[in-house]
Ligand binder design. Structure first.
Ligand code: ASP
Length: 441
């Protein structure tokens, strides 16, 4: 059978199984367009409530799930040298994917020049309401790289957990789990405790997912209702370049990556994680999607050992979609304001985007704020930065939905490649979407 037919059939099976989430997404788009033209404050308030309820319910299980998954994942690797090997490979794969993302983003932005002439329509009236917030975040990020790194080490792990700071939580959990693996059999009661927590949180995730279709519908409708079609005309080239970049990541880079590093057919993987991709798009949050990404991978052939280690770390540290956006956004602003970029500055933008994206939280809007880190030293005045940023904020949500989908997909791509390399993948299940276990209900 021809490749494109296999892809269509697998994606079709993915959608058939999840038709209700997909329907929620599509109806949400139309409802949002209608609401933009006919504002209904009560309906908006109700939809916002439903959407937030859905996100909060998933967020409720994220921290116990991440901690228990990592503890079980790392302690299940009996040989501690193997943990290092697995971790090293994970970082290597995530780095390859992020480097490719910034290369794709910068190449497209240089070829299509989306920012050329944009200064004429970027003016200070744009999104005047958020300019203060933007100015504040630019200030907060200035010269802040070392402080950000310092902030990764929690002074008190319990307060990091209480505050929901994912990177410090991850760092502590990984160190703690490696120590547990080293101490041997004495760790059993503790590991059993986390096995129970993991099983219970996965059960809760199943229940919450019954609510995925109305949740995704409400979130999409509210997001789309804020856009308005007008904005797409002025900023359409920027959006077009981003959409093309995300498309290249999804349909060229990841398939190539999987072909080079594994035997995993990308269309099967996409069919397996279709629910997670749709929820990522609807929620614009990799953290909120994390329980579902884990459930999709585990129930469809990728071993618990690999999933529980690679996916939580990826959902926090691997943000290649965000890095791609940051590169395009920064080049857009420099083009708009006529700053000429030399090759050295381009490389600097790409490297800083990788760092800035991996320090950003997996929550809506985090990626655009951390761009401030990349913009330092680009020769833009403070006013240009603030108005340019505020302008980009007007299409923030739609770009966030797209880049989050990319971020979540790449986590699963790397997990699948590592599972293949380690013989931790059940191909009879992964390549057979008809047999997939349901993650909903
Ligand atoms: N919303 C993105 C995510 O959760 C992060 C970002 O703002 O780029 O993956």
């Amino acid at each position: 059978m021809k490749l494109y037919m296999q892809v269509l059939i697998a994606l079709g099976l993915g959608l058939k199984r999840n038709w209700h989430i997909f329907a929620g997404l599509i109806i949400g788009v139309f409802a949002g367009i209608w609401l933009h033209k006919n504002p209904q404050p009560e309906v908006m308030a109700a939809l916002t409530f439903i959407g937030q309820l859905f996100i909060r319910m998933i967020q409720m299980v994220v921290i116990p799930l991440v901690i228990s998954a990592i503890v079980i994942g790392i302690t299940s690797v009996s040989d501690t040298k193997q943990i290092g090997k697995l971790g090293g490979k994970m970082i290597f794969y995530y780095a390859i994917i992020s480097v490719l993302a910034v290369i794709v983003g910068s190449t497209l932005a240089i070829i299509f020049e989306p920012g050329l002439g944009a200064a004429s329509y970027i003016n200070s009236e744009f999104a005047a309401g958020i300019q203060d917030q933007v100015a504040h975040s630019i200030e907060a990020q200035k010269g802040n790289l070392l402080n950000i790194v310092l902030g990764f080490v929690p002074k008190n792990p319990l307060s990091a957990i209480a505050a929901g700071d994912m990177v410090p939580i991850l760092l502590f959990t990984v160190i703690f789990s490696v120590a547990l693996a080293k101490v041997g059999e004495i760790n059993r009661p503790f590991v059993s405790f986390f096995e129970s927590i993991f099983a219970a949180t996965m059960k809760i995730t199943d229940w919450i997912m019954c609510f995925a279709a109305p949740g995704v519908f409400a979130l999409t409708a509210v997001a789309v209702s804020h856009f308005g079609v007008e904005i797409f005309t002025t900023i359409s080239k920027y959006l077009g370049v981003l959409a093309l970049g995300f498309g290249i990541q999804l349909f060229v880079i990841y398939p190539l990556f999987l072909r080079v590093f594994s035997k995993v057919p990308f269309w099967m993987l996409y069919a397996a994680i279709a629910e997670a991709m749709m929820v990522a798009f609807g929620t614009a949050s990799s953290s909120a999607t994390l329980p579902l990404t884990i459930a999709c991978c585990e129930k469809r052939g990728i071993s618990h050992k690999v999933t529980s280690f690679v996916i939580p770390l990826g959902a926090t540290l691997n943000m290649d979609g965000t890095a791609l956006l940051q590169v395009v956004a920064v080049i857009f602003l420099t083009q708009a304001y006529g700053v000429v970029l030399d090759p050295f500055m381009l490389v600097q933008i790409c490297l800083l985007a990788i760092v800035a994206s991996s320090t950003c939280a997996g929550i809506p809007g985090a990626g655009l704020i951390t761009i401030a880190l990349v913009l330092n030293g680009m020769g833009l005045s403070h006013d240009q930065l603030v108005t340019g940023f505020a302008f980009l904020f007007t299409v923030e949500r739609i770009t966030d939905m797209m880049r989050t989908l990319v971020n979540v997909t790449s986590d699963a791509v790397v997990a699948a490649a590592i599972a293949d390399n380690e013989n931790e993948i059940n191909y009879d299940l992964l390549n057979n979407p008809e047999e997939y276990n349901d993650v909903i209900g």
